[in-house]
Design a protein around this ligand. Sequence first.
Ligand SMILES: Nc1nc2c(c(=O)[nH]1)N[C@H]1C(S)=C(S)[C@@H](COP(=O)(O)O)O[C@H]1N2
Ligand SMILES: [Mo]
Length: 424
Amino acid sequence: MEQHPPPGPFRRTTWRSPLRGPWLTGLLGLVLLVGIPVVFATGLLSYAAYNPDLHPLNDQTPDKGLLGFYLFAWPTQPRWLYRLNQGVHVTLALALIPVVLAKLWSVIPKLFDWPPATSPAQVLERLSLFLLVGGAVFELATGVLNVQNWYVFPFSFYPAHFYGAWVFMGAFVVHAGLKLARAVSGVRGRGLPGGLHREVDETSPERPDPDALVSPRPASPTMSRRGVLGLVGGSALLLGGLTVGQSLGGRWRATAVLAPRGLDAGSGPNGFPVNKTAAAAGIRAEQVGLAWRLELLGPTRHTLRREELLALPQHTAALPIACVEGWSTEDQQWTGVRLRDLAALAGLPSPAALLVESLQQGGDFASAVLRGNQVLDPDSLLALRVNGADLSLDHGFPARVIVPANPGVHNTKWVARMRFLAEA
Ligand SMILES: Nc1nc2c(c(=O)[nH]1)N[C@H]1C(S)=C(S)[C@@H](COP(=O)(O)O)O[C@H]1N2
Ligand SMILES: [Mo]
């Protein structure tokens, strides 16, 4: 090694920050050890909320096999369940980005270990790190692109994000198991204050460690430990803080400048965010005019005009719309016909499932299947009005589905046909 030193970054002396060491890496690792399982769990719950086992139409990951072992019938109460779940999932994941980046920065010399392969065990460990880092970057990148509605990847978001999550979590569990003791002792080494009161010029490197995180030739400090934690923590709060308004709603919505649907909600009874406009969905005026009919299919068949639906018993329910992308609305006052009344009208008072189809032609969101428990909830509606006014065209006029705790995407707009099913 002395006579044939490896090229640039593979030389340990290239990496000179006096801040690198087991304390910083351990502290960032422990933060992620708490945060990442929450993001993973809310992600799995979000997947369950789609009821992917119910019907092939809901299932964006038909090859999931055992990975769907935990799926269950998604409940309808509390009505804000999906809103909370997605708000936490998206906001926390975004806030963790600076922590992940800082953690990667703190261990970057390890990426350039030299010689690159010394033993089978070391090769295996490096492979698991590749899955860990690659998985984290992949999940964050696909998640951010989805939240920003920027479908630039050449594959479908759901399966990719779902499989990626399992690969990442597998590597995460292995890594946490191997490194937890080191992380705890690294933090204990300096204690939690860890010299946080020290100024920049008093910021000294840690003692050399077995993982060789500490630079063998540390440069003089340009930032204190307090500074680096402030930078990382401040960035996390900033990213989360400029996003969370899209999930909180109310006056906070105006603060969600990083969210594409944070601000332009409009005003009036229909003044809340729109996912896809009627124009974008290809809905034409003549389809939703007087010629519109709802086709109700079950043991009995009906074709209903909008006036006929309005003549049925109307029910009003205060429910939010909560999108997988993290944004949600406050409760809106939806008025329309209970889905369970329509089920009874179709001759199937306790259906196993309901297939809802939109006027919209094609696209992933043009149809969805709801579960029996979702149909039977007294607040589940085929809504005709919202906040005392007719639905706007963008919110799904002439009629749209709204179900408590349902992911937004299953609240189908511009409904044309409902088929009640005795078996899913
Ligand atoms: N037909 C149809 N229904 C749809 C969609 C769509 O694109 N087409 N978008 C869904 C999604 S992803 C969400 S989050 C909600 C949003 O409802 P809103 O636009 O009324 O706020 O509508 C859902 N219903
Ligand atoms: Mo959505």
